[in-house]
Design a protein around this ligand. Structure first.
Ligand code: GLV
Ligand code: MN
Ligand code: MN
Length: 423
């Protein structure tokens, strides 16, 4: 319900927030041929990411934050509270992007967090608890194959050794790249447990716009399964090999791709979403039957049992490929997370804060993965969503949220953080 805003709420500087979003977008900016728009390509631990990290650290320091970097390259800026013995309240997100990204995914929560600190400074707002703003390494998982990497190491779900050993397509490891860009910090990755964590993030979907509101209070994150499927057939001549004698890895890949879509359409696995986002054939020549294929399978499901059933079905289907087309398939686990429900008290506080600001909102589950799903394992956590334009489209340069929607989301973040920091 929308009420008249209460005068006791702080408001962030929307123009300043917007300027920082637009400035950061230029680091890793590129001309996207598919859309004709300027996109952002800032894969984790690349030179572009390093430049963006340095820019954000400079903004943190200008806002008076005490900055530290941990061993997986997560960065935290800290504003001291009046009682340093109390656990801090944490806000944040990520600044790495997919290879075809936009200006808002992740960055809103980080630059918004810094804007909250500037606003507190300007209004001389002191808090009991220390307030921290953080950004986590390799949230997207695009470069090293495991998403939510920095936050998962922080929560203890993944080990530092596992993360360090991950390599990109050219063999460069996380450990080497952290050193190369100078973000191999010395703070322990299992950070002091916060009192609470709030992440503000663009919705990346159509629910808020359909409801006619700028704000979503996020109830949790759905289950995510990432696997790589390697298919082995046999290369042979395209013109001379009889159809019935082929072991065509490309055909096997096509059969699997269609089956994943059929699984989603069938309703047998709840509200399953499946995506084959990476797909390569070898030896990749016009007149050679493909000997091998490699594809990624991204499954999402708001129900853990339905996800388990979907994965079991997929494995059983892949086991039928030798009979169907003479090709064998092996699945390799890249990442897997269960459904994560967010803390109901933090959700309520966010809803109350939105009410006090006179902002309408809806409660919604997140379709995308977020660092908050990892941090939820160590402290009470919830998220604020901000509506996007064009149906909330994201992971493309078409991603866009208005200055008003971003400002409204960060106003909710600011006032909720102040309340938590004084508990
Ligand atoms: C994060 O961007 C995801 O893939 O959900
Ligand atoms: Mn994100
Ligand atoms: Mn993303």
């Amino acid at each position: 319900m929308t009420e008249a805003p209460s005068a006791s709420q702080v408001r962030v500087n929307r123009d300043r927030l917007w300027r920082t979003l637009m400035e950061l977008k230029e680091i890793g900016g590129y001309a996207d041929e598919a859309t004709g728009l300027r996109g952002v390509r800032r894969l984790s631990l690349t030179d572009e990411d390093a430049q963006a990290r340095r820019r954000v650290v400079a903004w943190m320091e200008e806002a008076g934050l005490q900055v530290r970097v941990d061993r997986i390259g997560n960065v935290y800026g800290s504003r001291a509270g009046s009682d340093p013995s109390l656990p801090c309240v944490l806000m944040g997100s990520h600044i790495d992007t997919v290879a075809t990204g936009g200006a808002f995914d992740g960055t809103l929560g980080v630059l918004g967090g810094i804007e909250v600190i500037r606003t507190l400074n300007e209004h001389n707002v002191a808090t009991r608890r220390t307030i921290e703003v953080g950004f986590f390494t390799e949230e997207e998982g695009v470069r090293f194959g495991t998403d939510m990497l920095g936050s998962a190491v922080t929560s203890g779900r993944l080990t530092l050794g596992y993360a360090f050993a991950l390599a990109d397509d050219h063999g460069a490891t996380v450990a080497e790249e952290l050193v190369r860009i100078g973000f191999d910090g010395d703070a322990h990755e299992r950070r002091p447990v916060p009192y609470a964590y709030i992440e503000c993030h663009i919705e990346q979907g159509p629910i808020l716009a359909a409801a006619g509101v700028d704000i979503g209070i996020v109830t949790g994150v759905q289950s995510i399964s990432w696997q790589r499927l390697d298919l082995r057939g046999e290369a042979a001549h395209a013109g001379t090999t009889p159809i019935e004698h082929r072991a065509d890895a490309g055909l096997a890949a096509a059969i699997v791709i269609v089956e994943v879509r059929r699984m989603c359409d069938s309703g047998d696995f709840g509200r399953l979403r499946g995506t084959i986002g990476k797909f390569a054939l070898q030896p990749s020549q016009t007149n050679v039957i493909p000997a091998s294929a490699s594809l990624t399978i991204d499954l999402r499901n708001p129900d853990d049992d339905a996800m388990t059933a979907a994965e079991a079905h997929l494995q059983a289907f892949i086991d039928t490929l030798p009979d169907r087309c003479g090709v064998t398939g092996t699945l390799h686990r890249m990442a897997k997370t269960a459904v994560v429900p967010f803390d109901v008290d933090v959700q309520k506080l966010l809803g109350d804060t939105a009410d006090d600001l006179g902002l309408g909102y809806v409660a919604t589950m997140s379709g995308a993965g977020h660092d908050a799903q990892e941090i939820a394992a160590i402290c009470p956590t919830a998220m604020v969503f901000v509506a996007g334009e064009h149906g909330g489209i994201s992971h493309t340069p078409r991603e866009y949220s208005t200055p008003t929607a971003c400002g409204n989301g960060i106003d909710v973040l600011a006032n909720a953080i102040i309340r938590l920091a004084n508990q």
